[in-house]
Ligand binder design. Structure first.
Ligand SMILES: *Cc1c(COP(=O)(O)O)cnc(C)c1O
Length: 501
């Protein structure tokens, strides 16, 4: 998506090629298809030169998404990159692997699957697609029930905490369901089950709880929610179900917090989504949704593909997609096994703990993430009078770190935090380096509290008015490009108020 063409970047119509100019005499147009072909090595070089300006994924502490896999799995991925997943006739083994993944994950989530039965679920592009499908199933079930009772079914709603990930807002808007959000409070940054149950009415298609809030990593209390909602259901007869958005926590809790009941052990939990590409340890592009029983997925949403004479039911939003991610997920599940996932999650938890302690030691921050939860360290400044968490985030970029800063949603908007996601590839050495860089930034800002951005940037950003952007000096191409990338990132960052992913 091209957001706007008013930036410095768009003012040059052509891409200037550094080394590839040996092969390419004329510059390439930026937004139009070039008239002629160019040699393959030139194309490769041009793109590589531009990509150099992207951040380093390993230093991107903003994201939960996997940035490292074993070379053996990289090879499996490349070997299957040309397989369209939807061609189940041609690639029956890939289909079989997805079905195995669904069953393995369903068992991990304690789905009541009999020995002779297979679990109900599907591989998706990520949790977002998984949530659209789960949400649709709830909406359809609710509509069927209302129609059978002769009651109106045109005002469905869904109850969540104000801390929900943006994909729930998407679901609500795309599929015309009202999103009823439980407000947060200072020092309580997840959905309060009691308030959520109070908001449930006869039009509520489900309550969505989050296992691992995007903002702080905290697990919501699904067990208490199940208890309170069971009581309410008994009183009202509404039978409101629960969905658990376990995008990040679904591959953590089963391994290191097996005693926390959040999954199909709780009777009202009818579906769960998880991102294979977060703590499922696969590169971006895979998620899963699992239903408790066949009855929880309305039959009219399922399409039946006849594959090799047998029936392969499918329920997805798109048709074609790659097979690699499914194969990679299966690789991780069998390569690591329970033991392997447990070790990795314990390690992430220990690194998060170390970071938490070090952040606390600086004396400047209040840590708002919890010990139990997704290994995330979220912390706010005790005193924001001289500089803010946004300034710290900006300054950490100088060292290559991408540590996002954001404000909390309603009613805790006045709290702004920095968040570090601890992934498998975040080693202790990296952690120590981050803390040392953070300390440097703090020392600098204590002694002269002027944000570095206004001192050194060539693209000045008027913080009040984005229309006022202007380019002061131009340096060489690389430097200018770097500044522009920075500028864009800022623009994008500013738009993301609390929608971190
Ligand atoms: C990441 C996340 C999502 C969205 O998942 P994708 O796999 O990126 O589509 C939804 N909910 C929560 C809680 C998340 O952390």
């Amino acid at each position: 998506m091209v957001i706007s063409n008013t930036t410095a970047e768009a003012s040059t119509k052509n891409i200037s090629c550094t080394f590839a100019s040996r092969y390419v005499r004329t510059a390439l147009p930026r937004y139009k298809m070039p008239e002629n072909s160019i040699p393959k090595d030139a194309a490769c070089q041009i793109i590589n030169d531009e990509l150099m300006l992207d951040g380093n994924p390993r230093l991107n502490l903003a994201s939960f998404v996997t940035t490292w896999m074993e070379p053996e799995c990289d090879k499996l991925i490349m070997d299957s990159i040309n397989k369209n997943y939807v061609d189940m006739d041609e690639y029956p083994v890939t289909t079989e692997l997805q079905n195995r993944c669904v069953n393995i994950i369903a068992h991990l989530f304690n789905a009541p699957v009999g020995d002779e039965e297979t679990a109900i679920g599907v591989g998706t592009v990520g949790s977002s697609e998984a949530i659209m499908l789960a949400g649709l199933a709830f909406k359809r079930k609710w509509q069927q029930k209302r129609r059978a009772e002769g009651k109106p079914c045109d005002k469905p709603n869904i109850v969540t905490g104000a801390n929900v990930q943006v994909c729930w807002e998407k679901f609500a808007r795309y599929f015309e369901v009202e999103l009823k959000e439980v407000n947060l409070e200072e020092d309580y940054y997840v959905m309060d089950p009691k308030k959520a149950v109070d908001m449930v009415d006869e039009n509520t298609i489900c309550v969505a709880a989050i296992l691992g809030s995007t903002l702080t990593g905290e697990f919501e209390d699904v067990k208490l929610l199940n208890e309170l909602l069971t009581k309410k259901n008994e009183e009202t007869g509404w039978n409101t179900p629960i969905h658990v958005d376990a995008a990040s926590g679904g591959f953590i809790a089963p391994f290191i917090y097996p005693d926390i009941e959040w999954d199909f052990r709780l009777p009202l939990v009818k579906s769960i989504n998880v991102s294979g590409h977060k703590y499922g340890l696969v590169y971006a592009g895979v998620g899963w949704v699992i239903w408790r029983n066949r009855d929880d997925l309305p039959e009219d949403l399922v399409f039946h593909i006849n594959y090799l004479g047998s029936d392969q039911p499918t329920f997805t939003l798109n048709f074609s997609k790659g097979s690699s991610q499914i194969i990679a997920q299966y690789y991780q599940l069998i390569r690591l096994g329970f033991e392997g996932y447990k070790n990795i999650m314990e390690n992430c938890r220990d690194n998060a703990k170390m970071l938490t302690e070090e952040v606390e030691k600086t004396g400047k921050f209040k840590v708002v993430s919890k010990d139990v939860g997704v290994p995330v360290v979220a912390f706010s400044l005790k005193d924001s009078s001289k500089y803010t968490v946004f300034d710290i985030s900006e300054n950490l970029r100088r060292f290559g770190w991408i540590v996002p800063a954001y404000t909390m949603p309603a009613n805790a908007q006045h709290v702004a935090v920095l968040r570090v996601v601890v992934r498998e590839d975040f080693s202790r050495t990296l952690g120590e380096r981050l803390i040392s860089n953070l300390q440097t930034v703090l020392n600098e800002m204590e002694s002269h509290p002027i944000p570095v951005s206004t001192k050194s940037a060539h693209v000045t950003i008027d913080s009040e008015n984005t229309q006022g952007d202007k380019v002061i000096t131009k340096k060489d191409v690389t430097e200018t490009q770097t500044e522009i990338t920075k500028f864009w990132k800022k623009l994008v960052d500013r738009k993301k108020t609390n929608a971190v992913c």
